[in-house]
Design a protein. Structure first.
Length: 296
């Protein structure tokens, strides 16, 4: 069990690992694609999936006390944790009617709408919009994820540090709003520059700042959800995936409408500015269910 004062840092470490995987993907995929065709990378990743699933099944436990290597002090803390007498599981009505959760979901929807460009369209943007070669694209489309890994560590550590000095509300809101606001600004800077490499640098640092927000957002799910953290996390991520799905479609239509790969980034940046502003409406100190109701 991660103490509240260390939640964002712990989340940042998890997301850092995910971003490292994202950074390696283009470097690995492009040589395989050029040597063996576009189908081969799908077979490679299809084989990796079951191996990863087996590793997860062998190492993960729902109850931390059942996991090997848990320290005695941690086991003692788990035993002291009060048992919930609240109803098992949170209803959708409880979650979706909560104004705090609504703001959290709206923020994550807007963030994913503005940020999914990196996962869906960045390689195409670099090649067709900025004239990069396949080899250059592999390197430059990896850089955002390298900086994203750094951003996760920095954002998590900063949020926890601010939490200890100024309280949870300032800690989560400041890191979340600043990270997304700077990311939107750098996306606009990429639009206005005519230099392809400079545009790639702006976008890479934009993703780095954007990922500073990730530990704050997922730690906020723990802050708000508490006993129902999984439900709140699922609701937030559901809204985000809807934004990602819409983003990948809208970007393509905007490219077709404007005959430009740069102008659609303006819409992505506006979405990030909206997500940044929504952070000031999210209050991590207000749980979904009051602590007294959880403890009986």
């Amino acid at each position: 069990m991660v103490p509240q004062a260390e939640r964002a840092r712990a989340v940042g470490v998890v997301w850092m690992a995910a971003r490292i995987g994202g950074a390696l993907a283009p470097i690995v995929v492009v040589p395989i694609l050029k040597a063996y065709g576009w189908r081969t990378p799908f077979f490679v990743f299809a084989c990796i999936g079951p191996l990863w699933a087996a590793l997860w099944y062998a190492s993960y436990r729902d109850n931390p006390a059942e996991k090997k290597g848990v320290k005695a002090a941690e086991l003692e803390e788990l035993r002291k944790e009060p048992q919930s007498t609240a109803p098992r599981g949170a209803t959708w009505a409880m979650v979706l009617s909560n104004r705090n959760v609504q703001y959290l979901m709206a923020m994550y929807f807007a963030y994913c709408f503005g940020g999914y460009f990196y996962q869906s369209w960045l390689p195409t943007y670099l090649v067709k919009g900025r004239g990069f070669t396949q080899e250059q694209m592999a390197i430059w489309s990896s850089l955002p994820f390298v900086l994203g890994a750094c951003g996760n560590l920095i954002g998590g550590a900063t949020s926890d540090w601010l939490g200890k000095k100024y309280g949870l509300k300032i800690a989560r809101r400041t890191v979340g709003a600043a990270g997304l606001g700077l990311a939107g600004l750098l996306e606009l800077m990429a639009v206005v520059t005519r230099h392809g490499t400079l545009a790639a640098i702006f976008l890479a640092f934009g993703f780095g700042f954007m990922d500073c927000m990730m530990p704050a957002s997922w730690a906020t799910c723990l802050d708000i959800g508490r006993k129902y953290a999984g439900t709140v996390s699922g609701a937030m991520n559901m809204a985000g995936q809807a934004g990602s799905f819409l983003s990948s479609i809208v970007f393509g239509y905007l490219v077709q409408a404007f005959h430009s790969y740069d102008l659609p980034l303006v819409a992505m940046a506006i979405a990030l500015f909206i997500a940044s502003s929504l952070w000031w409406r999210i209050d991590p100190t207000k749980p979904l269910v009051p602590a007294t109701a959880c403890q009986g």
